[in-house]
Design a protein around this ligand. Structure first.
Ligand SMILES: Nc1ncnc2c1ncn2[C@@H]1O[C@H](COP(=O)(O)OP(=O)(O)OP(=O)(O)O)[C@@H](O)[C@H]1O
Ligand SMILES: [Mg+2]
Length: 306
């Protein structure tokens, strides 16, 4: 049976978009189960089929990396899972199965606030625009924690301090009093990670959490995500362009190409077992010591034709 799930999002602020966690019982073995999910923006001749018939599962605690070229539909897929893409963003969402912890995701009936999927949290692609520019970081935490059921200013301040410290922002008081523009890009990324994790989600979706960071900070962020999700037993879906980092920090690799999921393999076998030309291209373009003497490094065009 085909179900159509349409969800609403009406705000760009993190307070309205971070999705918190409450207990949800389930009999499913997968934390996330998707079968034949398609997302189309617009209608008629201007329609864009951003996600086409995508199917995959995520087990509790599994770390999954989603890679693919710009415009291949990664963010659309990630935000659809989080319940943030739907009719009010001009998209139609169709799937045979779209379940979180065995519970079918229902279309939101509220237009004024985005739908919330309890237990899923998201780190958005652009930490600067995802954080509310006029609220202090402490205020943004307070709002999210109130939504997660943490009552009392003192309790919320304690939880905030705990998570800021955990992501390596040890000058907790200053960070809490700061507005996003008073922090560096790397600090904002960490704030986003802490905000997403403070509600103890069972699935964390991180959309390009390292794109604004230099190589060492990017590695540090991936290590942090790995450590924190391992500690909490949280499943992780990381969207990234950095296939090398993903191979190192993920259990499973998903490769998207023009809206389709063209490869789905364990990180340990994808290098030798890639079947799709785009995956082979992605892997073939990673500079290695072995090709240091080559007069020309491989490019994607050597593997895929338009
Ligand atoms: N709100 C929207 N309305 C119409 N089309 C959209 C919208 N958001 C995304 N798209 C289109 O959907 C396709 C997939 O976009 P998406 O943002 O999911 O790609 P992506 O893989 O995340 O890319 P990037 O790596 O650059 O972030 C693109 O063709 C894009 O133009
Ligand atoms: Mg994106």
């Amino acid at each position: 049976m085909t179900t159509t799930a349409e969800r609403s999002i009406s705000s760009n602020t993190v307070q309205d978009r971070v999705i918190d966690a409450v207990d949800t019982s389930t009999s499913s073995n997968s934390v996330l189960s998707i079968k034949n999910l398609s997302v189309t923006y617009g209608t008629g001749t201007s329609a864009v089929a951003a996600v086409k018939d995508v199917s995959f599962d995520i087990a509790p605690g599994e770390r999954v990396a989603l890679v693919g070229e710009s415009g291949s539909g990664k963010s659309t897929l990630a935000m659809t899972i989080a319940g943030l893409i739907g009719a009010s963003s001009g998209a139609s969402v169709v799937s045979d199965t779209l379940e979180f912890e065995g519970v079918p995701q229902q279309p939101s009936t509220r237009r004024s606030v985005p739908s919330r999927t309890d237990g899923i949290a998201m780190v958005f692609q652009d930490a600067m625009t995802a954080l509310d520019p006029v609220w202090t970081i402490g205020g943004q935490f307070s709002h999210v924690l109130a939504g997660a059921g943490v009552t009392g200013r003192r309790a919320r301040a304690d939880v905030t301090a705990h998570w800021l410290d955990k992501v390596g922002l040890h000058d907790v008081g200053r960070v809490m009093r700061s507005r996003p523009y008073e922090l560096s890009g790397g600090m904002r990324q960490r704030v986003m990670t802490a905000l997403a994790l403070c509600g103890s989600p069972r699935l964390l979706i991180a959309d390009e959490p390292t794109s604004a960071l230099d190589a060492s900070l990017a590695r540090g962020t991936m290590e942090l995500l790995q450590d924190l999700t391992r500690e909490e037993g949280t499943a992780l879906l990381v969207v990234s362009h950095d296939i090398k980092l993903c191979l190192e920090f993920s259990d499973t690799m998903l490769v998207m190409y023009r809206g389709e999921l063209v490869e789905q393999k364990p990180a340990t076998t994808i290098v030798s077992g890639a079947t799709h030309p785009y995956t082979k291209g992605l892997l073939g373009c990673v500079p290695t010591l072995a090709n240091r003497s080559a007069s020309r490094l491989p490019v994607l065009g050597d593997f895929v034709t338009n």
